[in-house]
Design a protein around this ligand. Structure first.
Ligand code: GDP
Ligand code: MG
Length: 445
């Protein structure tokens, strides 16, 4: 795949804005990569459409090809799609903001890793959140299931609900919450039975437990290796039971992780944790960027583009700094300065590249150039003619009115910008003189 992509890169190596053709060609390869990573087709289509819209017309970053740049845009879109939704979690990564005992319900297909993950979560809640945890198995399908959980509880050093033969899952859940209340547990983890496939009996049972126990978190446990099937599982559980988060297990295997993206998109539920092995400490926090890298499998291209973009920001900033030093700073430069804001860290960041401007830098910071003003200023400069930008002195009343109208703002605002620019130019002239004096002194010494 990467040699195919390189071919695309070579053909597309040039400047300007990303064209439809650049983007389409790159996206064809990206599409294949995503499908190979087990991302579900509708999710791939969605993502590709979003990226196409975002990428076409974007300025090409020097020293990388359009195709490489598109890969980076895809990467960012995946990170964005995977992230969010896990707000204000406890150190464990779970949401525990409910009265104790906080019920956590584990759901999923048989063999997905529910019981193992219950043990891991208990250990984590104990160690990271300092919680008193009770584990309860509602699995009456397999005779050994309750014993398995009791053993895991013992390993983790937490309590498990005493086994009472013959109880239904609902009865066990009620008893677990009761013990949780009476014995002052902080969290009760309810581990349910799974089925090999989704069926109505399973869903009915899980839904009934959920309605009774009213869990604060309902975690769907899904095996990363199940690939495309993970999507159907996730959709079914979300529709029938409702989940607050997803735990993806077996990420220690060689699955590319596309299921994470599909499940996130289709259920809207955040991926909260990753299972990365059979041992109890093999539970990891979810990092969207790491999974994105794994899904796309083009990590080196992504970092290449990131480095190139940084270099350009630096280059532009240095060019501006040089112009300032020569006292040749016009409104064009001010506009490109405004573009840099947020990337490089503002005018004061650029001034920081000039020698001996500590005090000036402070003055500019004090001038309170906040972001909304900067955006407005960019719009005002945008509606000036090139000549006006180079020689602002010609901007008199009628031009001001035209510029203000074009930028959707007032003449006062235009005046304010021109005043600010004047102040800045004056300051630069002073700075320039100071610099020359400094050089003279240096020359005399
Ligand atoms: P349940 O049926 O959903 O409760 O699944 P179990 O918790 O019993 O797990 C089934 C098998 O998967 C066990 O052998 C676990 O050791 C194994 N397992 C669970 N999570 C992981 C994981 O993250 N990585 C690996 N490699 N194995 C896991
Ligand atoms: Mg189990």
């Amino acid at each position: 795949l990467s040699s195919k992509l390189n071919g695309v890169f070579d053909r597309l190596r040039r400047r300007g804005a990303l064209s439809e053709a650049d983007v389409s060609e790159a996206l064809r390869e990206v599409r294949v990569a995503l499908l190979e990573a087990d991302v579900a087709l509708p999710v791939v289509k969605d993502l590709v459409a979003k990226v196409r819209e975002r990428a076409v017309g974007q300025e090409v970053i020097r020293s990388v090809s359009p195709a490489q740049q598109v890969v980076k845009i895809v990467n960012d879109a995946i990170v964005e799609a995977l992230g969010g939704g896990g707000e204000t979690p406890a150190p464990s990564g779970l949401d525990l903001s409910a009265p104790s005992p906080v019920p956590i319900l584990m759901v999923g297909l048989q063999g997905s890793g529910k019981t193992t993950t219950s043990g891991k979560i208990a250990l984590r809640l104990k160690n990271r959140d300092r919680k008193k945890v009770l584990l309860a198995s509602l699995d009456v399908q397999r005779p050994a299931a309750q014993l398995q959980l009791a053993q895991l509880a013992q390993q983790a050093g937490v309590a498990s609900l005493p086994i009472v033969p013959g109880q239904t899952p609902l009865e066990i859940a009620a008893r677990a919450m009761d013990v949780g209340r009476r014995e002052l547990y902080d969290v009760v983890v309810l581990d349910t039975a799974g089925r090999l496939a989704i069926d109505e009996a399973l869903m009915g049972e899980v839904a009934a437990v959920k309605a009774q126990a009213r869990p604060h978190e309902t975690l769907l446990v899904v095996d990363a290796m199940t690939g495309q099937d993970a999507v159907n599982t996730a959709r079914a559980f979300q529709e029938r039971v409702g989940v607050t988060g997803i735990v993806m297990t077996r990420v220690d295997g060689d699955a590319r992780g596309g299921a994470a993206l599909s499940m996130r998109q289709i259920t809207g539920a955040p991926i909260k944790l990753l299972g990365a092995g059979e041992k109890q400490d093999a539970l990891e926090d979810f990092h969207p960027d790491r999974i994105a890298g794994r899904i796309l499998g083009m990590g080196d291209i992504v970092s290449l583009v990131e480095r190139a973009a940084e270099t350009i920001d630096r280059d532009e900033a240095e060019k501006l700094a040089a112009k300032m030093q020569k006292g040749k700073f016009d409104l064009e430069d001010y506009a490109s300065q405004l573009k840099q804001i947020g990337k490089m860290g503002s005018l004061s960041g650029i001034l920081g590249m000039l020698p001996g401007v500590g005090r000036m830098k402070q003055q500019i910071e004090d001038a309170n150039l906040d972001n909304t003003i900067l955006k407005r200023h960019a719009a005002i400069i945008g509606s000036m003619t090139p000549k006006e930008r180079r020689t602002p002195d010609i901007i008199k009343a009628s031009r001001k009115r035209r510029i203000a109208a074009g930028a959707g703002t007032t003449v006062q605002e235009v005046n304010r910008l021109l005043k600010q620019f004047d102040d800045m130019s004056a300051m630069m002239k002073r700075m320039n003189k100071m610099g020359q004096k400094g050089m003279m002194r240096g020359g005399l010494a």
